[in-house]
Ligand binder design. Structure first.
Ligand SMILES: Cc1cc2nc3c(=O)[nH]c(=O)nc-3n(C[C@H](O)[C@H](O)[C@H](O)COP(=O)(O)OP(=O)(O)OC[C@H]3O[C@@H](n4cnc5c(N)ncnc54)[C@H](O)[C@@H]3O)c2cc1C
Length: 487
């Protein structure tokens, strides 16, 4: 095992991560590379065929699909901050399928529904390749797959039922078991004891994707108003979307405000809001020599609160996971977004997986909110009036599912009875979450049980009795409600 020798005297020790930034490293980098055309705040009253609310991937892909399928429609997109300011500009950039969770998907959606949904997500990975070429998008995309590594005997891989389902439905080649040598040949961690590889994953610079989507939409005539929060939607035909200094009258409205939708009474029990943290290192010139990580293959381990990590074109490693913040009610603010402990947990993952990197310097830390449903599956719902739609609950797995979601929401808007509208995730969430004040302590205790159990096993100890009890109870709830791990 080669050793990283990057830390000079007086430098920040590993684990000493910078304060958590208000914007992600990705978004800072994307804006520095290309701030894009200005999209001023809405002032006055405008009319549109469709008003999309929220400039994350769900809203951007919906506007894109509409511009593709019905270019004659006048589309307005409202974003409270700037496009990509939410989870979409902050995530790990794993544009990933759901093959490892296929048995859980089938548990939630039925066998044919689960397989159809997983196959559609995998198709999105290939579609992204074509989209990048077509629009000459600069999003640092590498379609090289992912290693889900078992970082210790205590980490289980996908269950047997998942492999059986893959075999039965003709997808056996999408998940390949690898031994310790092959796992370590991807990136040389002494923790790896094996794992599985899928080729169907692209790592991207997520904020660049959000900004490039914004560019393409502007070129297609979509009117984007940033710094423009929706205050309320008044039902009617047309519906009226009210903002601080104006309004949009639109025949159809699509709500894609992600975690922030928790403040709308209708969605209060649709999902819990959690925060996830990431850190990125300084460039590591000896990355290839020290870790042998010569590809842009993504890596994740298989603990309950999994770590996910990837390289960047300039030789950094970005890593997230290991722990989560839990938002009380609708308060997506304060410590739950800036906790030094949660950022340090993400950083800890890097030197635990790769002790050779002890002393590596971290350049930035950030976080973002996620709207996590009981099943970790999104839902696509139309209000009784028929002209207000919502696509929410993308959980920790929103990159492929927001791209698919854009197709589903467009089909709802265009009233097309097609394969997208028939996806098994269309409708109310499959299960509700408990209301506050119960939700916060319940979700917090599950997160604590996962994290502390993982930590004990990292240190060669058994998971404690209480974490095991909480995990078992959650597992039983999951078996009844199809809950799956957030990836
Ligand atoms: C740290 C982190 C790592 C992740 N890693 C991955 C990963 O590697 N792979 C993966 O698939 N998923 C990952 N995810 C999840 C993924 O980022 C999300 O599922 C996805 O981005 C959700 O997109 P969205 O458009 O629904 O929400 P968002 O991107 O949050 O967009 C919602 C937008 O709505 C805006 N908004 C809010 N309120 C209003 C209002 N009233 N009016 C107008 N606009 C409003 C917000 O400003 C925001 O821009 C990660 C998430 C985080 C936080």
């Amino acid at each position: 095992m080669k050793q990283w020798r990057g830390s000079a005297a007086g430098e920040r020790p590993s684990g000493g991560v910078p304060p958590v930034g208000a914007r992600s490293y990705w978004l800072d980098e994307a804006l520095a590379a290309d701030p894009g055309a200005a999209c001023l705040a809405l002032s006055g009253d405008v009319a549109a065929d469709v008003c999309v609310i929220g400039g994350g991937f769900a809203g951007l892909w919906t506007a894109y699909e509409l511009s593709e399928r019905a270019p004659q429609l006048g589309v307005v997109l409202l974003e409270a901050d700037i496009c990509g300011a939410g989870g979409s500009g902050a995530n790990g950039g794993f544009f990933s399928p759901s093959w490892t969770g296929l048995s859980a998907l089938c548990g939630s959606l039925g066998e044919s529904g689960g397989v159809a949904y997983a196959a559609a997500l995998a198709d999105m990975v290939n579609e992204l390749d074509a989209w990048v070429v077509r629009h000459e998008a600069r999003i640092d995309a590498y379609h090289e797959g992912i290693l889900y590594a078992r970082a210790g005997e205590w980490q289980a891989g996908p269950d047997e039922e998942t492999f059986r389902l893959l075999e039965k439905h003709g997808y056996a080649d999408r998940l390949r078991c690898v031994n310790v040598a092959e796992a370590r040949s991807v990136a040389d961690s002494p923790r790896f004891v094996g794992g599985v590889i899928t080729p169907d994953l692209t790592v991207i610079q997520p904020a660049k994707l959000a900004r490039e989507l914004r560019r393409v939409l502007l070129e297609r005539g979509v009117r984007i108003f940033e710094g423009t929060p929706m205050l309320r939607v008044e039902a009617g035909r047309p519906a009226r979307v009210v903002t601080p200094a104006g309004s949009v009258s639109a025949a159809q409205v699509v709500l894609t405000t992600g975690a922030w939708a928790i403040t709308q009474p209708h969605f209060r029990r649709a999902f819990a809001v959690c925060t996830d943290f990431m850190v990125v290192t300084e460039p590591i010139p000896q990355l290839i020599e020290v870790l042998g990580w010569t590809s842009h293959m993504g890596v994740a381990d298989l603990r309950e609160m999994l770590y996910y990590l990837r390289t960047t074109p300039d030789g950094r490693i970005a890593i997230g996971g290991g722990a989560m913040g839990i938002v009380y009610g609708g308060r997506i603010e304060g410590r739950v977004l800036s906790s030094p402990r949660l950022a340090e947990m993400a950083a800890h993952g890097l030197t635990w997986l790769f002790p050779q990197l002890e002393g590596v310097r971290f350049h930035a830390a950030w976080s973002g909110p996620m709207d996590i449903t009981s099943t970790a599956l999104p839902f696509f719902e139309t209000a009784p009036g028929g002209n207000v739609h919502a696509g929410l609950g993308f959980s920790g797995h929103g990159l492929t599912s927001t791209k698919l979601g854009g197709k589903i929401l467009s089909s709802l808007v265009l009233r097309e009875d097609d394969e997208w509208r028939r996806m098994p995730v269309v409708g109310r969430p499959l299960a509700t979450v408990p209301p506050e004040p119960l939700r916060w302590p319940l979700v917090k205790s599950v997160a604590w049980a996962f994290e502390s159990g993982d930590r004990a096993q990292e240190q060669g100890r058994a998971r404690g009795r209480l974490p095991r009890l909480v995990t078992t109870v959650y597992g039983q709830y999951g078996a009844q409600n199809g809950a799956i791990r957030s990836e």
